[in-house]
Ligand binder design. Structure first.
Ligand code: FAD
Length: 320
């Protein structure tokens, strides 16, 4: 038996969310006395740092460059069968959300999407996940012999003390596809911290009044080494790009620090950010609902508070 982890890479690098899935899979393999095997596609330098994160073996399908989830699910199933894997792990990122359900269907396996815990150490195979927009935690039991899990980003620490892993070439028949990719669009700029990866996030809403005022948000984010995010109306009106929109209909993030500026704190917004470790809210309305979810709150005008925060962050950085 083994635990197979599918590790997605971007521009030849493994994002934190993929490494978290590798370390999570390694922990499950260790608890079951089995091997952790990582499957990757495309070009790989050495073991890509996957051994440090917990991989005991790496399978590299170097000639595969597709994002087609039908074909990638066949690749993962072939690797799972070749490695006799009974647990298959993905990150709960775009690739994982597209491929994992197909793999579960092909293997007749139970699927836990968005897991936030390791399986219970004894007894039935039970794993926790957030439900009702993060307001409650469910414990799901998988009773099938094969199990597929997608791990919610920022739910498990990346291991860094593993050994270099041997890399084996892997090939499989990807078969035909009925999917057609019409366009591949990336709104992320070179050098930007990808939002799902960020430990610190500075986010702003309609309280900023217009796109011309985002300079202070970006400056604060830059001084803190944070990524920027926004509420849905802000991306809907086109003040900010869609990949920054967090919430129920945007992306879900769980950074260590989430600073919300001029955002009311509607339930649909909170659904995407309430897993953050620390939430700081800046709002001029003391009755804004966001304060109820905040660890720290500043009641004040963003245009007065932000310059002071920027000044303090600059002074701190200069003193380091
Ligand atoms: C089905 C559905 C799905 C949705 N999904 C999402 C989602 O995924 N993400 C999301 O964000 N929303 C989502 N929404 C919209 C959500 O309900 C709210 O309308 C939205 O989050 C409000 O955005 P906001 O807080 O930026 O704007 P507003 O509600 O207009 O709030 C602006 C806030 O800024 C404060 N403010 C104003 N001026 C200043 C100032 N100078 N300084 C400091 N504070 C100031 C105000 O007091 C106010 O609290 C969804 C809605 C629906 C119906």
């Amino acid at each position: 038996m083994s635990v197979l982890i599918y590790a997605d890479s971007h521009h030849g690098k493994f994002p934190k969310s993929s490494l978290e899935a590798v370390s999570y899979g390694a922990a499950i393999a260790a608890s079951r006395g089995t091997t952790s095997v990582v499957l990757t596609i495309g070009t790989l330098q050495g073991d890509g740092g996957l051994g440090k994160a917990g991989a005991q073996k790496v399978l590299n399908a170097s000639s595969v460059h597709t994002t087609d989830s039908q074909q990638l699910s066949r690749l993962v199933v072939a690797a799972a069968q070749a490695q006799n894997a009974d647990v298959i792990i993905f990150s709960h990122d775009i690739a994982g959300k597209m491929i994992a359900p197909r793999v579960a269907a092909r293997l007749d396996a139970g699927l836990i999407p968005g897991a936030t815990s390791l399986p219970a150490s004894e007894g039935a195979f039970k794993i926790k996940k957030n439900v009702f927009s993060g307001k409650a935690i469910a414990e799901l039991e998988v009773t099938t012999s094969k199990k597929v899990i997608t791990l919610l980003p920022n739910s498990f620490s990346v291991k860094t003390d593993g050994q270099d892993a041997p890399v084996e070439a892997f090939q499989a028949d990807l078969g035909n596809t009925t999917l057609k990719v019409k366009e591949v669009k990336s709104e992320e700029k070179e050098g930007e911290i990808p939002l799902p990866e960020a430990d610190l996030v500075v986010s702003a809403g309609r309280g900023l009044k217009g796109p011309e005022n985002w300079g202070i948000v970006e400056t604060l984010a830059h001084e803190l080494g944070a990524a920027t995010a926004c509420s849905r109306p802000v991306s809907d009106i086109g003040w900010r790009p869609h990949h920054e929109h967090v919430g129920q209909t945007g992306i879900t993030i769980r950074p260590n620090l989430y600073i919300a500026i001029g955002i009311s704190g509607a339930i649909q917004h909170l659904a995407g950010v309430n897993g953050s470790k620390t939430i700081v809210v800046i709002n001029k309305d003391p009755e804004a609902p966001f304060f109820k979810a905040a660890d720290y709150g500043i009641v004040g005008d963003a245009f007065e508070v932000l310059p002071k925060l920027i000044e303090a962050a600059k002074a701190y950085n200069a003193s380091k």
